[in-house]
Ligand binder design. Structure first.
Ligand SMILES: *[C@@H]1O[C@H](CO)[C@@H](O)[C@H](O)[C@H]1NC(C)=O
Ligand SMILES: *[C@@H]1O[C@H](CO)[C@@H](O)[C@H](O)[C@H]1NC(C)=O
Ligand SMILES: *[C@@H]1O[C@H](CO)[C@@H](O)[C@H](O)[C@H]1NC(C)=O
Length: 322
């Protein structure tokens, strides 16, 4: 009995503390996980741009020498249908964290302190991965912004849901350097007629992080609103798309974009203190004999020999739309 009462009192206390803390919280907060190398590379220019990332730091050599680099251009007629690929499982939930502006991109860093982690399993993954951040890549024009391309075409943006292998590694920094460390779910961003309610939560915060390396709190972001409804994806082995370009990433590209309004896109483009001019997308890298597998069966009528190269890819009507 006594123990029970104590427990309840402790809970009340910790709630009280949380409430007080959130009242005292200022708009702009401390940025965790600041990348100290961030000043040493850029998205444009011959001195620090993508073509010389590999020479800027010895830990980044693989940006130049690596043969499994990302992003890539996905050529629909070279996709390989793999019937063994299961649907991806994402435990969707509301997440808390901070939105960071570090001049290169906007990143939502997820706090796993109080809530259970968002676990990502199945699909091409054989381990459980824990979501740790969502990165936003975008450009100034409608036709630039995404890092991956489909048949040479870019989308207006790309949301990257980054997760680390929580079965093998203690945290994402350790996972990034090790085999099967990272899984990234890429969702293309397109301009549509209506806005996206979860994206609106981002939008309202962009205006607050108006100087470099600043963060602002964001609570209760509903992850599922940022994910298109689809079981269809493409997957391949690649790398991180920012230095040090580690080749430890299982990429999963969802076959449908999410739509945001033109106003939301324009506000995103106007976020200050982004140092690039055109987009924060790394140029596409050579495929080098890698296979891009998909669970999209383009030949549903063919029962036999289901594992074959599709030569009749018709883009999902939404994919490729400007
Ligand atoms: C994710 O997995 C961990 C470890 O198994 C578990 O504690 C947590 O509750 C899971 N998250 C959700 C949202 O179920
Ligand atoms: C970009 O897309 C929006 C919405 O579809 C459109 O109104 C606008 O004119 C486009 N801009 C250009 C330069 O094509
Ligand atoms: C990540 O985990 C490794 C290994 O346990 C540890 O040495 C390192 O300090 C951790 N890094 C962070 C940022 O927590």
């Amino acid at each position: 009995m006594k123990a029970g009462i104590y427990a309840i009192m402790w809970l009340c206390d910790s709630h009280t503390v949380i409430i007080i803390l959130s009242i005292l919280k200022t708009v702009v907060s401390y940025c965790p996980d600041t990348n100290h190398w961030s000043v040493w590379w850029t998205y444009e220019g011959s001195n620090s741009g993508p073509s010389v990332w590999g020479a800027r730091n010895k830990d980044w050599a693989i940006c130049k020498t690596g043969k499994n680099q990302s992003p890539i251009d996905i050529l629909p007629n070279s996709l390989l249908y793999d019937p063994q690929l299961q649907p991806l499982k994402i435990e969707t939930a509301s997440v808390n964290g901070v939105l960071r502006n570090n001049k290169k991109d906007l990143t939502f860093l997820i706090s796993n302190k109080f809530e259970p982690a968002v676990n990502i399993t199945s699909g091409p993954l054989s381990y459980t991965y824990k979501l740790y951040q969502i990165k936003l890549h975008y450009g100034r024009l409608n036709t630039t912004g995404s890092e991956h391309r489909i048949d040479g075409k870019s989308f207006s943006g790309e949301l990257q849901f980054m997760a680390y292998n929580s079965e093998l590694y203690a945290n994402h920094s350790e996972a990034q350097k090790n085999p099967r460390g990272i899984a990234i779910i890429a969702v293309f961003l397109s301009i549509g007629d209506t806005g996206n309610s979860a994206f609106e939560m981002f939008r309202q915060k962009f205006v607050l992080i108006t100087s470099t390396d600043t963060c602002t709190d964001l609570h209760g972001l509903p992850i599922d609103k940022l994910l298109p409804r689809t079981d269809q994806y493409m997957t391949y082995s690649g790398s991180l798309t920012q230095p040090g370009c580690k080749e430890t990433v299982t990429w999963i590209l969802l076959n449908k974009p999410i739509y945001i309004s033109y106003k939301q896109m324009e506000d995103l483009r106007e976020t200050p203190y982004q140092e690039w001019m055109n987009s924060n997308a790394r140029p596409v890298m050579p495929l080098n004999h890698r296979t891009v597998r998909t669970n999209i069966n383009f030949r549903k009528t063919t029962r036999l020999c289901s594992m074959k190269i599709s030569k009749k890819y018709e883009a999902n009507p939404e994919v490729g739309q400007r």
